[in-house]
Design a protein around this ligand. Structure first.
Ligand code: SAH
Ligand code: SF4
Length: 345
C-alpha cells in the first residue's frame, strides 16, 4: 500500500479512532493512548508509541499513517506575531498566525484553501475557494505551532479565523474542534475555542442540534441588509435578520456571549446611524462586539476610519450598555492580520 493510500489517523474524530482501533480487536483505552501520543506528545511515528506492543504498532503502520505539516516559512512581526506558511501534500498553501497578547497566546487557524464567499474587504475572499482542508490539515497547524514553541510557552486560545469559512467545511471543522476540546486530545476548554462565521443559515441551524464545544463569532460588518449584501455577497442568500434570529435561539452557557465582528470601513458602515442600528439589531442577544478597523491593502477598495471615528463609534455602543472592544491589528507588517491571509510567498 503506498503511503498516501493508508488512512491518516489524524483525520479521525475521537469516536472514529475508537471504532478504528476496535477493528484490531483492541481495548478502548488503546485509542486513548494513541490520542495522547498524537496530540499531547505530538509524535510523528508509531515507533514512538512505546506503550503499544511492537506487533500492534506494525499492524497500525501497515494500514494507517501519521501526517505532518512542516512550515516552509515562519515570519515574525515587530509585535512578535508569528505567521506560518504551510505547503500541503497537493502543493496548495495555507497560513496560520500565532498572536501573543498579554497573558494569552492565540493561534488563528485556517479551515479552507482560499474562501468562496468573496467579501469585498477580504484578501482571502479574492482568492476564491480552492478546496476544504481535511481534519488533519486543520489540527496539524496546531501541532506545528506547538512544535515551534517547544516548551517555551503554550497556546492558550484557538480561533478559527484564518483562511476560509469554517461552516462551509462543516464536518471536518467540527471533527477538528472535537479533537481540540477532547481531554485526551489538545484539551482546550471550550471557552478558549472560537469559530468565526460569515453566517451560513443551514449550518447555523444544524449547529443547534450539536453539542457545541466552542464560542461562536459572527462577522456582521454592517447594520443594514443592503450594505451587508454589498460587502458580503452571502447576505443575499442568508440575510442578516434571519441569521440573527437563529442566534437569538442559540443555546448559550450561563454568562456566555456571542461575539460580533464589525470591520469598520470609512464612510461605508461607520456612521452614528450605523452604531445606533447595531444597538437595535443586537437587542436580546448576549453579545460582545469586536470593532476591527479595516486592514488596508491595495486590492481592497476601502479605507479605515480615523482613530477618532473608531472611538466615537465604540462609545455610542458602550453608552447603550454593550461591550465593544477595538481590536488592535496584529502583525500587519507581515500581512498576518485579519483578512490578509493569502498563502503567498
Ligand atoms: N470566514 C470567517 C472567518 C475568517 S475571516 C468569517 O468571515 O468570519 C476572520 C475575520 O476577519 C472576519 O471577522 C472578517 O470580517 C475579518 N476581515 C476580513 N478582511 C478584513 C480586513 N481587510 N481587515 C480587517 N478585518 C478583516
Ligand atoms: Fe471568506 Fe471570511 Fe474573508 Fe468573507 S471575511 S471572504 S467569509 S474569509
Amino acid at each position: 500500500m503506498n503511503c498516501l493510500e493508508r488512512v491518516d489517523l489524524k483525520n479521525f474524530s475521537p469516536p472514529e479512532l475508537e471504532g478504528f482501533i476496535a477493528t484490531f480487536g483492541k481495548e478502548r483505552y488503546r485509542s486513548t493512548q494513541i490520542l495522547r501520543w498524537l496530540y499531547q506528545k505530538g509524535v510523528c511515528s508509531f515507533d514512538e508509541m512505546t506503550n503499544l506492543s511492537k506487533r500492534f504498532r506494525e499492524q497500525l503502520g501497515q494500514v494507517s499513517r501519521i501526517s505532518n505539516l512542516n512550515p516552509i516559512r515562519i515570519e515574525e512581526a515587530k509585535d512578535r506575531t508569528n505567521k506560518f506558511l504551510f505547503e500541503l501534500e497537493d502543493g496548495n498553501r495555507i497560513e496560520s498566525v500565532l498572536i501573543p497578547d498579554k497573558s494569552r497566546l492565540t493561534l488563528c487557524v485556517s479551515t479552507q484553501v482560499g474562501c468562496g464567499l468573496g467579501c469585498r474587504f477580504c484578501l482571502t475572499g479574492k482568492m476564491g475557494l480552492k478546496r476544504n482542508l481535511s481534519v488533519s490539515e486543520i489540527v496539524n497547524q496546531i501541532l506545528a505551532a506547538k512544535e515551534h514553541l517547544h516548551d517555551k510557552s503554550s497556546i492558550t486560545n484557538i480561533v478559527l479565523m484564518g483562511m476560509g469559512e469554517p461552516l462551509a467545511n462543516y464536518t471536518n471543522t467540527l471533527k477538528a474542534i472535537e479533537l481540540m476540546a477532547h481531554p485526551d486530545g489538545f484539551c482546550f476548554s471550550s471557552r478558549r475555542i472560537t469559530l468565526s462565521t460569515a453566517g451560513l443559515l443551514p449550518e447555523l441551524k444544524k449547529l443547534l442540534n450539536e453539542k457545541i464545544r466552542f464560542r461562536l463569532a459572527l462577522s456582521l460588518n454592517a447594520s443594514d441588509e443592503e450594505t451587508r449584501s454589498h460587502l458580503m455577497p452571502i447576505n443575499r442568500r442568508h440575510p442578516m435578520k434571519e441569521v440573527l434570529k437563529v442566534l437569538r435561539n442559540f443555546p448559550l452557557k450561563r454568562r456566555a456571549r456571542i461575539t460580533f465582528e464589525y470591520v469598520l470601513l470609512e464612510g461605508v458602515n461607520d456612521s452614528t446611524g450605523d452604531a445606533k442600528r447595531l444597538i437595535q439589531l443586537l437587542k436580546g442577544i448576549p453579545s460582545k462586539i469586536n470593532l476591527i478597523p479595516l486592514n488596508e491593502a491595495p486590492e481592497i477598495p476601502f479605507k479605515k476610519p480615523t482613530e477618532e471615528r473608531v472611538r466615537e463609534f465604540q462609545e455610542i455602543l458602550m453608552r447603550a450598555g454593550l461591550t465593544a472592544i477595538v481590536r488592535a491589528s496584529k502583525g500587519t507588517d507581515i500581512s498576518a492580520a485579519c483578512g490578509q491571509l493569502q498563502g503567498k510567498v
